[in-house]
Design a protein around this ligand. Sequence first.
Ligand code: PLP
Length: 388
Amino acid sequence: MRPSDRIAGINGGGSDGWEVLYQARDLRRAGDQVLDLTIGDHDWTTPDVLIDAMTASARKGQTGYAPITGYDALRSAIAERVVKRTGVPTGLQNVIVIQGGQAGLFASMMATLDPGDRALVMDPYYATYPGTIRAASGIPEIVPTRAEAGFQPQAADLAAAAPAKSILINSPNNPSGSCYTPETMATLARFAIERDMWVISDEVYEGQVWNGTHLTARAIPGLRDRTLVIGSLSKSHVMTGWRLGWIVGPPDMISAFCDLATNTTYGVPGFIQDAALTALTEDHGIEDETAAKYRTRRRATFDVLAGQNSVQAAASDGGMYVMLDIRSTGLSGQSFAQALLAKHRVAVMPGESFGTACAGHVRVALTRPANELTQAITTISKFAEETR
Ligand code: PLP
């Protein structure tokens, strides 16, 4: 017996890009001290007020099946957040609550692609994107961006892309940290409209913008009815493990997502939704404090970078990562990250884990306190200097 070609093909026959993380974990298990700056998870836990809200909800009896699209109160709170932040008219009929941004990405691919359809993905991309498209029986088509253009998509690269059903964009971008400018968004909009494509806009880092402002795809003229926006509490409210996200889109697509959820997850647990409602409707300062922490860490990282010239920060205008250009060493991001781990026990992600646009780069997750990041960047800089 063997699994289906679809599921066996999810990783595309190659690596999943997380080797350095696995090696770091092996070293740790063997008793070594490793500074792990690979994965995008917070180094502190969900605030008690949200844990209390979840517990109170479960004790109150919210332990049965919950409405599959989400409680109306939570859908309305999400819609209100969207209106407040973007000005785009949005009601609860535009929202489905779903198990995190990743489930939102998968549902969006399922709802927009038929088997064998192509889906464009801007490179660099969050590591799961191609697999998510393949899991929905689509074919990922990678569209390059360039470090020299701040990883902003360019009209010429889009024009050269294969015909496709959808385009997946992500701003603020993981891994590069680039925030798409109004000009970039206008270029993407013209392209999507001209080719009559769906736009899947992953905006899970919308609240972590350090330079410029976040521009949601739904606010660009002509895009609202062809756009699905993915949101999540994972990064904004320190809730990665809770699996709470949403999709915002046209009401008929929300019905389609409901059909998919009815036959897959059967909705998000009510007590998790109630905690999410607390997160979105009561001001406990969680989102601001989380963003402030990453802003401080990023600043500390840039302070060290300013005093050296062996590595350069790329883009890094949003999100909880700093992307470093290490091309002056002559090494690939992969070789650099592996040698750095072997020699200095600092684990970072090779840029190549996120496509080819970030080759010769490494991504540093700002997921340790500023003093440790300062140390790590100093080590990375010295290592790059010695290597070149
Ligand atoms: N999209 C991007 C760009 C991410 O970086 C991540 C997680 O790192 C996700 C989606 C998935 O987030 P969630 O925890 O909401 O599934």
